[in-house]
Design a binder for this molecule. Structure first.
Ligand SMILES: [Zn+2]
Length: 246
C-alpha cells in the first residue's frame, strides 16, 4: 500500500501499518488500540490537538487548504481565527522571528516514509526532514516540564530508525518545542542517542505481542480504566472499601 497525504490517516493505512501513535495506543490499552484500528472507536479531538494541527499546517504552508477543509472548526464566519486558537497564532508569530527555530523547521514538511521494522510494516510522517542533516518534530506543549512526559523518545527512535531503513543514514532527532504559556517559551531539544537506542529496544521488546494482538492471533488485554474500556464495560459488583483504599 502506497501512502499519500490523503490516505495516511485512513483506517486501511492503520490496519496495514504500525505507527508511533498506534504503538503508544497498544502500550496504553490493547483493546482500545484494536478498536481504533477496526474503526470501532475514535478518540475525541481535543483543543490541544487542534492547536497542534494549526501549527503543523502553518509550517507546511497549507493553512488555506485547512480553512477550506474545515471552515467551522478553526474559523469564525467572518474568516477570523476562533478565540480558542489564537494561542496557535501567537506561538507561530513568536517562533518565526527566531532564526534557529526556523532553521530546524526548514526541511521537507510532512514527509511520509514506510519501512519494515521488528517484523512489521511501519509508517511515519515527519514535520521537517533535512536530508543528510536532521529530523525535527514540532511540539506545542503546555510547558517544557511536560515534554518528557509524552515519551517523544519513542517517536525519535522510530523516526531515526525509519530514516535509516529508507537509506538516508542515521540522523539526529530534534524537538522544536514551543509552549502555550502566557508568554511562549521555545527551544530546540536534541534527544541524545543513548535515550533513542533505549527507546528502540523497548519497542523491539513489545512488538511480538502487539503484532500478535493486531493480527488477531492473541486476544487483546483490556486495561479497564481508559475511556474505551469504560464505553464497553459491564457493571461489576465491588466492595465500597476498595474506594477508601484509593
Ligand atoms: Zn482500556
Amino acid at each position: 500500500m502506497k501512502l499519500s497525504d490523503d490516505t495516511y490517516y485512513e483506517q486501511e493505512a492503520n490496519q496495514a501499518f504500525f505507527s508511533v501513535s498506534q504503538y503508544k495506543d497498544f502500550c496504553k490499552c490493547e483493546a482500545m488500540a484494536l478498536a481504533k484500528i477496526h474503526g470501532e472507536y475514535e478518540q475525541p479531538t481535543t483543543k490541544a490537538m487542534l492547536i497542534g494541527i494549526l501549527c503543523d499546517r502553518w509550517f507546511e504552508g497549507t493553512l488555506d487548504k485547512l480553512r477550506e477543509e474545515s471552515p467551522n472548526i478553526f474559523y469564525c464566519r467572518n474568516g477570523a481565527l476562533r478565540a480558542e486558537f489564537r494561542k496557535a497564532d501567537d506561538i507561530i508569530k513568536r517562533v518565526q522571528k527566531d532564526e534557529r527555530f526556523m532553521q530546524y523547521m526548514s526541511g521537507e514538511k510532512q514527509k511520509i516514509l514506510t519501512f519494515e521494522m521488528f517484523g512489521a510494516p511501519w509508517k511515519m510522517k515527519m514535520d521537517s526532514f533535512v536530508e543528510g542533516i536532521c529530523i525535527t518534530d514540532l511540539k506545542v506543549v503546555q510547558n517544557f516540564k511536560n515534554l518528557a512526559f509524552w515519551r517523544y523518545d519513542l517517536q525519535g527512535a522510530v523516526y531515526q530508525a525509519g530514516v535509516e531503513a529508507c537509506g538516508y543514514g542515521r540522523l539526529p532527532f530534534y524537538l522544536a518545542a514551543a509552549t502555550k504559556e502566557a508568554v511562549t517559551n521555545f527551544d530546540i531539544f536534541q534527544i541524545d542517542h543513548p535515550i533513542l537506542d533505549m527507546a528502540l529496544r523497548e519497542i523491539e521488546g513489545n512488538m511480538p505481542r502487539f503484532i500478535a494482538v493486531k493480527s488477531g492471533l492473541e486476544e487483546p488485554h483490556y486495561c479497564g480504566v481508559c475511556d474505551y474500556c469504560k464505553s464497553v464495560k459491564k457493571a461489576e459488583l465491588r466492595w465500597y472499601s476498595e474506594l477508601l483504599e484509593g
